[in-house]
Ligand binder design. Structure first.
Ligand code: GLY
Length: 290
């Protein structure tokens, strides 16, 4: 966030600034939620999703199930900038990235491969893979995503979301992150929003779009995020709700309005990162449940 803020205050375009910021995590092999080192699908192949929007030009770009390229946010920005399309997927998205000089690389790190191998071994006690000792840290089914929104001093807005998606997903599955309106959305007249967590839940309520629309009708960013979470619960199938009505999955929304007011909300207490004139810091999200 500090990097994005430095770029913004140095006069950078808001989309350029936030893509540079999320690329830090995409290129970090120790971040298993996005980009290089992201956790793979059920076949052990890392498939990355990202999307972005640019308020001043009202353009959008996205890639889904992209293999072999470490920085899907950068490819989404290239789709936005150079094409009359919004979403490229799979092999076509990779060929598009290669045409801009991006390099095809192995995205599995030894650590992310090890987690996948253990998941595969322990999947079924009756198959021919011998189970390996369980380790809660390695075996938990992780999700991870980064959303970043920004507003410049002049009130120009941009948004980006990037992810390796749900670990061990069915090959070809894409979540909310590459879906403009679900994983991220911005409107230069209002603000920007995005999500992390169970993508299927964000898609069903067009979550990022809905959050921006709540702000358009006058809600604060925090209240807009909370209201979208309530809608997500209302749209949740019974099998995904506990007896007390709370969801069995995680979902968070983040929002900033044109004035630079920001907020976020999750089902349970959580934190998010911001940077403004007050510096880079973590801030508590609002929570629907204590
Ligand atoms: N929110 C990221 C995903 O579901 O893939």
């Amino acid at each position: 966030m500090q990097r994005a803020f430095e770029l913004l205050t140095g006069g950078a375009d808001p989309l350029d600034a936030i893509v540079e910021a999320v690329k830090i995590q995409e290129l970090d092999p120790n971040d298993q939620s996005v980009g290089y080192g992201g956790l793979p699908n059920a076949d052990g192949i890392v498939q990355l999703d990202a999307s972005c929007m640019h308020g001043p030009t009202r353009r959008a770009g996205a890639v889904g199930a992209l293999e072999g390229i470490k920085t899907p946010s950068e490819v989404a920005k290239l789709v936005l900038k150079y094409t009359d399309h919004i979403l490229l997927v799979g092999e076509g998205a990779k060929r598009f990235a290669l045409s801009f000089g991006l390099r095809e690389e192995e995205l599995l790190t030894p650590e992310s491969r090890e987690r996948w191998l253990r998941w595969r071994a322990n999947l079924n006690p009756d198959d021919d893979w011998l189970d390996v000792p369980d380790d809660a840290r390695l075996m938990a089914r992780p999700t991870g995503t980064i959303h970043c929104s920004a507003v410049t001093p002049a009130g120009e807005v941009a948004s980006v979301t990037t992810t390796s998606g749900l670990a061990w997903k069915i090959p070809g599955r894409v979540g909310d992150s590459p879906i403009t309106g679900a994983g991220q959305y911005c409107d230069n007249d209002v603000g920007a929003a995005g999500s992390t967590g169970r993508g299927e839940a964000a898609i069903k309520v067009c979550g990022a779009f809905l959050t921006v629309e709540h702000m358009r009708r006058g809600m604060t960013p925090t209240d807009a995020c909370l209201e979208t979470l309530r809608r997500a619960i209302a749209m949740t199938e019974a099998r995904l709700l506990r007896d007390d009505g709370h969801p069995r999955f995680g979902l968070s929304f983040y929002a900033v309005n044109k004035k630079g007011e920001f907020g976020a909300a999750s089902f349970t207490p959580s934190r998010f990162a911001v940077c403004d004139a007050g510096g880079a810091r973590y801030v508590d999200s609002a929570a629907l449940y204590s």
